[in-house]
Design a binder for this molecule. Structure first.
Ligand code: GLU
Length: 615
């Protein structure tokens, strides 16, 4: 992931002016500090108030959602509008070429529901799809698998917007797409982060004429301060507004998507192989969002709702919380509390690897993974004085009684982690008390790199979330039609049946640790919500080392390394940013008070707005 400052965009752009003239106008209108950073919208990382709220990584997207709330739409309408705007301003993180998970609390019924809008593997995808037929060897992960047709799953995002709007919204999908359509048409002002993300992708974007045309306008990286328009995406949104999502999942657009996957339109540069994929128009026609029961567990009197599989979010966050509940975390020293947090997370990740996949294809023992007795037995693996050697073994869901016994000889499951760290997250509440927590993605920054020619959006490379080495015993092995295991963890916490907290984050498998850490920070360590989000992060995903932000290392390394934790700075081959996650959250206080939070600095800071400052 490259750092993602939100695209600070301009609200009022006069389309008749040239880009240069517009920019001059903008520069005169914005504060010098914002101008210097290429930011053109006011950033408000935290707001408190009443009557409804939207928080996302991007000011323009947050504003799109606010506009819908103001016009009388509910949280679902506003969430769809925000997500559609993120498809414009965060096109490398999310959009209609991808998928995601939508969690919804309905104030009237007091019920939490979820939509699984994850991408699916094409029906014709063979289990050896990740083996190069030319060599008989697995494709290298980068660049071959990452920039390929073979990793493109059937997109679920648009079907998710449609299903959410139809079920729970109060306006039409066409109305909810309107602010984003306008934004794509009018454009937004490029900041340094957008330019940097494009630069990170430049070499592979150049391989795809349609991608280069859209994202390297005039053959160049977009200039900071210039206006970036996506007329093709605006036209695609208009088409969907007029004809519904059938115009995407069928007809000409579907044919174009299938063609782009099966025969990626490249300049045929041999340095970038771009293996073709299997997606057909049939896959698109058959795509269905799954309305499913969310995962649910109790933590210190709160009810924690999350995504059930195909995401591993709900089960892994929930299991780790169950393990932590054995301890009085709030009474411990910070080092001890963090030690437990890291150890509980490693144990839950071991079980994630062993047991979690798409439940339509493999039996996932969700009830066991979220049982207190199972957690009690897993907690036996924690030594308060010493970090366990990683990877730790998974537990046995067929044989547990909640008591500590000599550990069996189960082998540790796979721990290699190829999930990238991009994606985006948003949280919305409305005046009626409905809440949406939504995480969506096209997988890595820039997805597969393939833009559907003339349509303005990038296709995902989500199928890289399948285990890349095929093993028939692996719940996350490739199977045709299956959803690859996700880590996305939109979470809604209720107290006494009413919302207390809604939160989520991007970050590949660090999504799970980020959500877990924020919950521990808020519930156990008594931090305010803004502090719980800003606090430095660390992720233990059952690996030998703990990935941590520099501030976390500065603060806690001495204590934690004495217990045997090996902290290494965050950042990977795809990113120079030593950050973990980019969260958004809302806390629900007494008498309708909302505390609405986004990141103060990660990804350049987000935007959290309320409808009214006062009651
Ligand atoms: N593909 C990841 C998942 O589903 C999300 C991508 C990311 O956050 O980087 O968990």
């Amino acid at each position: 992931m490259s750092p993602h400052a939100a695209r600070r965009t301009l609200t009022v752009l006069t389309t008749g002016l040239t880009a240069g003239a517009v920019v001059l106008g903008v520069l005169a209108a914005v504060p010098a500090s914002a101008r210097e950073q290429g930011r053109y919208s006011t950033k408000t990382p935290t707001s408190t108030g009443y009557g409804g709220a939207v928080t996302s990584v991007d000011p323009e997207a947050t504003r799109a959602g606010m506009r819908v709330l103001k016009a009388g739409g509910n949280a679902v309408d506003a969430a769809v509008a925000t997500a559609a705007a993120l498809g414009v301003t965060e096109p490398y993180s999310a959009g209609i070429g991808g998928g995601g998970y939508f969690l919804y609390y309905d104030a009237k019924t007091r019920k939490v529901s979820s939509l699984d809008g994850r991408e699916t593997a094409p029906k014709r995808m063979p289990d050896d799809a990740f083996i190069d037929p030319a060599t008989g060897e697995p494709y290298p992960f980068t660049p071959d698998l990452v920039t390929s047709g073979v990793s493109v799953g059937t997109p679920g995002t648009l079907a998710t917007w449609e299903a959410a709007t139809r079920r729970w919204g109060t306006r039409s999908l066409a109305q909810n797409l309107a602010p984003a359509e306008k934004l794509a048409r009018r454009g937004f002002v490029v900041d340094r982060t957008f330019r940097q993300q494009t630069a990170d992708n430049e070499a592979r974007f150049r391989q795809f004429p349609a991608t280069a045309r859209q994202y390297l306008p005039g053959g160049e990286l977009p200039r900071v301060g210039s206006v970036f328009r996506n007329r093709d995406l605006a036209a695609t949104y208009r088409l969907i507004q007029r004809r519904g999502i059938g115009a995407f999942y069928g007809g000409k657009v579907a044919r174009e998507i299938a063609r782009a996957v099966q025969d990626p339109p490249t300049v045929r540069d041999p340095s970038l192989p771009v293996p073709p994929g299997y997606l057909t128009t049939r896959d698109l026609a058959d795509y269905r969002v799954a309305l499913q029961k969310p995962s649910r567990m109790k933590y210190r009197g709160y009810s924690v709702y999350g995504m059930a599989p195909s995401s591993s979010g709900g089960s892994t966050v929930g299991e780790a919380l169950n393990i932590l509940e054995r301890y009085d975390v709030g009474e411990l020293s910070r080092t001890q509390a963090l030690h437990l947090y890291l150890e509980a997370s490693a144990l839950a990740f071991a079980d994630r690897a062993e047991y979690v996949g798409d439940p339509a294809y493999v039996r996932v023992p969700l009830r066991d993974l979220l049982s207190n007795r199972f957690a009690a037995e897993r907690a036996c693996g924690i030594d308060p004085a010493q970090a366990a050697t990683k990877p730790v073994e998974p537990g046995d869901v067929r044989d547990y009684d909640g008591r500590c016994s000599t550990p069996g000889a189960r082998e540790a499951g796979p721990t290699s982690d190829t999930e990238n760290v991009d994606t985006t997250n948003l949280t919305v509440a409305d005046r009626w008390g409905n809440v949406v927590e939504y995480t969506l993605t096209i997988e890595q920054t820039g997805g597969s790199g393939i833009t559907v020619p003339g349509r303005g959006f990038l296709l995902n490379n989500e199928l890289t979330d399948f285990s890349t080495v095929y093993d028939p015993a692996d719940p996350n092995r490739i199977q045709p039609g299956k959803r690859p295991r996700s880590s996305m963890s939109p979470t809604i916490v209720l107290r006494g049946g009413k919302p207390f907290l809604a939160l989520g984050s991007p970050g590949g498998s660090t999504i799970i640790t980020t959500v877990l850490q924020m919950l521990v920070n808020r519930i156990d360590l008594g931090m305010s919500l803004p502090r719980a989000i800003a606090a430095p992060r660390a992720a233990q995903r059952n690996t030998a080392t703990v990935t941590a932000e520099p501030a976390f290392i500065d603060r806690y390394d001495a204590g934690l390394s004495a217990l045997g934790h090996d902290l290494v700075p965050a950042g990977d081959a795809f990113t120079s940013a030593a950050e973990i996650g980019a969260a958004t959250a809302i806390e629900f206080g007494p008498r309708g008070k909302l505390t609405v939070v986004s990141e103060p600095s990660r990804r350049g800071g987000g935007s959290a707005l309320v409808l009214r400052k006062r009651r």
